[in-house]
Design a protein around this ligand. Sequence first.
Ligand code: GKR
Ligand code: MG
Length: 392
Amino acid sequence: MRIVDVDIIPIALSDPPLRNSWGVHEPVALRSIVRLTTDDGCVGWGETYGGEEILGKLQSAASIVLGQDPAQFNRTRILINNPGVFAAYETAMLDLLGKESGRPVCDVLGGKIRDAVDYSAYLFYKYEGDDEWGEAMSPEQLVVQAETFVERYGFQTLKLKGGVLPPVEEAETMLQLRNRFPDHELRIDPNAIWSVETSIRFAGWVEDLDLEYLEDPAPDLAGMAAVAQATPIPLSTNMVVTAFPHIAPAVEMDAVQVVLGDHHHWGGMLASLQLAKICETFRLGVSQHSNSHTGISLAAMTHWAAAAPNLIYASDTHYPWNEDDDIVAGAPLQFVNGAFPVPDGPGLGVEVDDDSLQAAHERYLQNKAAGRDDVSAMQERDPNWLPMRPRW
Ligand code: GKR
Ligand code: MG
């Protein structure tokens, strides 16, 4: 089996005005879809971030992938020499291998440890938008949003994207979530917008709420290490440990207790399993980061998470925010009791719907942009907005 065709298809998904510490989500989220076709007519799918930079890099790597045997991961990874670019191709190559052997991707990765992967509700402060969720800019409105997530998807873990309201109001939001959901796991992630001092103060305010972890409260390893020393709440990160060379210093400094993997970023699913093993070695927890994505990425996230024995935290997912524009057949894909069942069909176990892909590509053409820009989107609402870091 040889890859005879490589297509890179930029798409855009409608996105609600979700707030974060940089600003606000733009009306569309950009993604890049990879389609590989083999000489025997098999089609494999991959997905990664969108925007001109990654699109250019994916296009440049196409000549490396063309003509390859899809089982040659090591050779292709070395030649591409870029973890994010390789990851998108690796997903499509694993899809092809699975389809060729009639087995799900998790089997190609060594076999699944669990039949379904737990996911977390991803709660966002948000403005009123052209969506059914309404405004959520207060603790009370956030609790209503959480109720909808729990009722609709059955999530048993709730993650709040923080760094939006003054920290004391975000602590109040966590308190109200805890009162409303006494048995759910709770986490908050302000994306390093608090100083070390504010982070330590915040950790004190929420210490009795039994948080599962506090994600990226303060910037850089030294900042995280200082916060970690001052609180018993475990710290997690997708900002200070984002590549293999960052692990050793993080361990030496005891800066984080949980590392968030992300196959799009860490160099694919095989690399993510290596990350999970390294985390086990150093007694670090491993969880999973997300960004806006389609069902292709949901399937990929689920396959590697199902094959990682120590990935026992619920994984993040943005899927519910973008599911109406998903491009896979049968979308929106369904969570069952807060978990996504590991697809058992060949390959990723999801197929792309041609009409939905075309619609998402046209949405991209209408909203073409160099890349994600939450800051400018926020400045349209507030011309004086500056993404200060630390803000508090
Ligand atoms: O979607 O606004 C967002 C998130 O803030 C995302 O961009 C982050 O990468 O979810 C991510 C995180 O956990 O930091
Ligand atoms: Mg994060």
